[in-house]
Design a protein around this ligand. Structure first.
Ligand SMILES: [Zn+2]
Length: 166
């Protein structure tokens, strides 16, 4: 079992986010459901890789009201990757537990994500990029050419293409 970490401060978080050149900024005031600080970066993978912008959102453990780390418990930090054009997830959301190695876990998750955007999963039927959609039975990979049901119908389970270890 990994050791639980001491409270993670706002300063710790800023240090951990500083290394990413695409620049995280706090967006929590725009999310009315957020009870913790949320940081967002806009990432663009570039030509011949993931098309369009991705919002990389990091949900922290810092309470919006107090600015202090929230009480320990079942809360965790998480990284969410949103395809800006469709609002679907570009990759499955990743949880990062509040353990002593949290900053290293954040770094390795980011590196995995960045490398994965260089060759995102493509639909075997039409070669459009796949996105991680939410449905009545949970998340699945769907085709960006789905077009509200008129287009490509290809789907696959999360495990089929996840860039992250289960
Ligand atoms: Zn397709």
């Amino acid at each position: 079992m990994p050791q639980s970490s001491p409270d993670i401060t706002h300063e710790d978080i800023c240090m951990a986010l500083e290394e990413w050149s695409f620049g995280f900024a706090r967006i929590d005031p725009q999310l009315d459901h957020a009870t913790q600080y949320v940081y967002r970066a806009v990432y663009h993978a570039g030509e011949l890789s993931y098309p369009g912008d991705i919002h990389v959102d990091w949900y922290t453990t810092v309470d919006v009201e107090s600015g202090q780390a929230r009480p320990k418990g079942n809360d965790s930090m998480k990284l969410r990757f949103i395809d800006v054009a469709s609002g679907d997830r570009a990759a499955p959301t990743q949880r990062l537990y509040r353990t002593t190695g949290w900053a290293q876990n954040l770094r390795s998750t980011m590196l995995t994500f960045l490398s994965w955007t260089q060759s995102p999963p493509l639909c075997p039927e039409c070669e459009s990029v796949l996105v991680h959609r939410s449905g009545t039975n949970g998340f699945f990979w769907g085709c960006t050419a789905y077009d509200g049901g008129d287009g490509c119908q290809y789907t696959a389970p999360t495990a089929a293409y996840s860039p992250f270890e289960a």
